[in-house]
Design a protein around this ligand. Sequence first.
Ligand code: SF4
Length: 88
Amino acid sequence: MEVWIDQDLCTGDGICAQYAPEVFELDIDGLAYVKSADDELLQEPGATTPVPLTLLTDVRDSAKECPGDCIHVRRISDKVEIYGPDAE
Ligand code: SF4
């Protein structure tokens, strides 16, 4: 699985960073971004990062609770969204 955030819809409330601080962080612009496996903040809008299996539940809950409906969790192999606004 991998995850990306649509910053255009992010409200900056920080819920994702509370659920999964290893994966999400608020930048100085007040919006949430994903982090790389080596803890680097990926400031490019829509950047994608792999989700470690151990954090999948936290990332899934972030997507479910995200007020902006802007956290997208998808399968790496075929890019099908599993959790998030575009999931079936
Ligand atoms: S939970 Fe959603 S709306 Fe809130 S900061 Fe994270 S990505 Fe943005």
